[in-house]
Design a protein around this ligand. Structure first.
Ligand code: GAL
Length: 516
């Protein structure tokens, strides 16, 4: 009996060791594997921000109100009533921030232009010289330090005047408004800015603004959301349609009038999750295809092939706006690169043939697919601070492999990838953010696997340079390599900032967290 017991405990002990050593092994492998030298010499390693999320100075030096200024001032629109009036006060601290970018050793910085800072009333008013000066100073100082500006022209914020006059992106008038804004950017900054993204995440913006009604102008209909007006079935499609055509018109202008002389490139950034089948049957695989079609191909198919994906056309029929012949020609091939913001992976639910789609909360446009974060009670990955986001490093590789198959000739930049802790900066995670380091190591390793299989990835930007105003979730969600003290505005590098700096500088040596 005693012998039996001893043997049994020995067996379990060995099993434990085996499991542990496998676990350690995996961790070691992930940490050892990623080095700067695994990427081409000219690979871009940068950090990203956007204007409304960091600038503050919301009514200074001639800037006027944008949709987010107005929206966040309405009680109840953001989680804790927070807004971007001050944000990270970057408007007054940009020199200090550029020093920090230099410290990180990044060769690029992704920023966006606040529309109302340079065109307070869109086409209906004057150009604001102070706004131009602000961005000129940033661009010049970045270049002095050898940091390439990657500029997003429109990242969620637009003049309130255009929202009031037109109903924002629901109106085709916004196409010309946008082209006017983009032209000014090319004219004033294009001699020094060589990398442009026309629009950030039309797929996310339109779903939040016109389907769920959580972003300005807060339009939606039941069952997707409870708004005073809107139509969740068609408005997101119309708004995205206008954004895509606006993009294509701006690119035509750039290619005809600016690119030959300035020699830059222009792309568009969309959000892209990866989708795994929920069950192992044909319907689930079809749900994966539909999820990709309705979320990702929705944006890139028109920009590369000139039309919406076949699956969207098949299921949405008349609800899906149509491109005219001229628009098809305008759109086809209208990006020099694909910009991808990648955060998470979901199980794709089939809402046609299964009863898995129990709530409308997780349904994609059209309601033909849903998404889940667990299967048989097992979560797809560890939790992050944004509801539903999970850490699933392999999703990066699978997403890139898929994009490479669908768009084989187009370069890709990961314009955002980042981690926020599930609980607001508790304990050591405030500065000793080991999970964030691990997140980037494993996602970079996964990205490099896809590159070895042929994905034409040219750059990777961490979201975000520093903690900032995370839209409706305010300052509670922290994505920064730098921690920002909300009372003093002091920026402090987290361990991850030091890790990223070391990673970029170290070449062949792997920078693991143990180097600190
Ligand atoms: C993206 C967006 C960023 C940032 C990020 C983190 O959708 O482009 O502005 O908020 O998500 O959630």
């Amino acid at each position: 009996m005693l012998l039996q017991k001893t043997l049994l405990s020995f067996f379990f002990f060995s099993l434990l060791l085996l499991v542990q050593s496998k676990h350690n092994h995996e961790v070691e492998e992930e940490e050892e594997v990623v080095t700067r030298s695994m990427f081409p010499d000219d690979f871009i390693f940068g950090v990203a921000t956007s204007a409304y999320q960091i600038e503050g100075a919301y009514l200074e030096d001639g800037k006027s109100l944008n949709n987010w200024d107005v929206f966040t001032h309405h009680p109840g629109n953001t989680g804790r009533g927070e807004n971007g009036d001050i944000a990270d006060d970057h408007y007054h601290r940009y020199m200090e921030d550029i020093d920090k970018l230099e410290y990180l050793g990044v060769n690029a910085y992704r920023l966006s232009i606040s529309w109302t800072r340079i065109l307070p009333r869109g086409r209906f008013g004057e150009i604001n010289p102070s706004g131009l000066m602000f961005y000129n100073n940033i661009i010049d100082n970045l270049l002095l330090k050898g940091i390439e500006p990657f500029v997003t022209i429109h990242h969620f914020d637009l003049p309130q005047e255009l929202e009031d006059r037109y109903g924002g992106w629901l109106s085709p008038h916004m196409q010309e408004e946008y082209v006017y804004f983009a032209k000014l950017c090319f004219e004033k900054f294009g001699d020094r800015v060589k990398n442009w993204m026309t629009i950030n995440e039309p797929n996310v913006f339109t779903q939040f603004a016109y389907m769920r009604g959580t972003f300005p102008p807060r339009r939606c209909s039941l069952p997707f959301g409870n708004c005073s007006a809107g139509n969740s079935d068609v408005e997101p499609l119309i708004a995205a349609h206008n954004m895509l055509i606006a993009h294509a018109k701006a690119v035509k202008l750039y290619r005809n009038h600016f690119q030959p002389k300035q020699g830059g490139i222009v792309g568009l950034t969309a959000n892209a999750f990866h989708y795994e089948p929920y069950t192992n049957d044909e319907f689930s695989y079809q749900a994966v295809e539909r999820s990709y079609a309705f979320n990702v191909d929705w944006i890139f198919d028109p920009l590369i092939y000139g039309n919406y994906p076949a699956l969207m056309r098949k299921y949405l029929g008349k609800d899906l706006p149509k491109f005219s012949k001229e628009e098809v020609e305008l759109l086809k091939g209208s990006i020099d690169f694909i910009g991808i913001n990648h955060y998470s992976t979901f199980y794709a639910l089939d809402c046609f043939n299964s009863n898995d789609c129990t709530s409308t909360e997780n349904r994609a446009i059209g309601g033909y697919t849903g998404r889940a974060i667990a299967r048989n009670g097992i979560p797809i990955g560890d939790e992050m601070g944004v509801f539903g986001f999970r850490i699933v490093p392999y999703g990066m590789e699978k997403l890139l492999n898929r994009l490479s198959l669908r768009y084989p000739n187009t370069s890709i930049y990961i314009t955002e990838n980042g981690y926020c802790p599930p609980n607001y900066q508790e304990g050591t995670e405030l500065l000793q953010d080991f999970t964030r380091i691990k997140f980037h190591q494993t996602y970079l390793a996964s990205m490099s696997k896809a590159m070895r299989k042929g994905a034409k990835v040219k750059g990777y930007f961490v979201w975000s340079f520093m903690d900032n105003f995370e839209w409706i979730q305010g300052y509670n969600i922290t994505f920064g390599l730098y921690y920002v003290d909300r009372n003093t505005m002091k920026r402090t590098p987290r361990l991850s900032a030091k890790w990223f700096k070391d990673f970029i500088a170290n070449g062949e040596k792997s920078s693991t967290i143990s180097t600190f």
